[in-house]
Design a protein around this ligand. Structure first.
Ligand SMILES: [Zn+2]
Length: 124
């Protein structure tokens, strides 16, 4: 699998800037952050950031949900997202089981979608 297929997490800074990292690297970062007292400059990927400016580290799926809710979308009982004001028709044609490979593609799609959605909003 290519590097691109890895699950991504986003470090959100106070100024709204976002830094995307592989989710499997967040543990190392979190351990590092726990040992820091006060504010220190830390290197994440190729960027140097002030630890005090980190608002949080979120998996792409959580961020996607947050953005959708902010846009007024809602999730129905079937777990499907609907546009603001749209009614749920029941999703009778939805396949219940999704093979893992499709899930991976879907999560990359989410990352791409979130990135696309945020493009131009913040300078990274
Ligand atoms: Zn629905």
């Amino acid at each position: 699998m290519k590097e691109l297929m890895k699950a991504q997490s986003c470090i959100i800074l106070r100024n709204g800037m976002q830094i995307w990292i592989d989710t499997d690297k967040t543990d190392i970062l979190q351990d590092k952050l726990q040992t820091i007292t006060g504010s220190k400059f830390i290197k994440v990927e190729n960027k140097t950031i002030n630890s005090a400016d980190i608002t949080g580290i979120f998996p792409a799926a959580d961020l996607d949900e947050f953005i959708r809710i902010k846009r007024g979308e809602w999730k129905c009982k079937k777990g499907q997202w609907h546009a603001k004001g749209e009614q749920c028709a029941g999703h009778h044609n939805i396949v219940e089981y999704t093979p893992p490979t499709v899930v991976n593609r879907a999560s990359q799609k989410t990352v791409d979608m979130v990135r696309e959605n945020l493009k131009g909003k913040f300078k990274i």
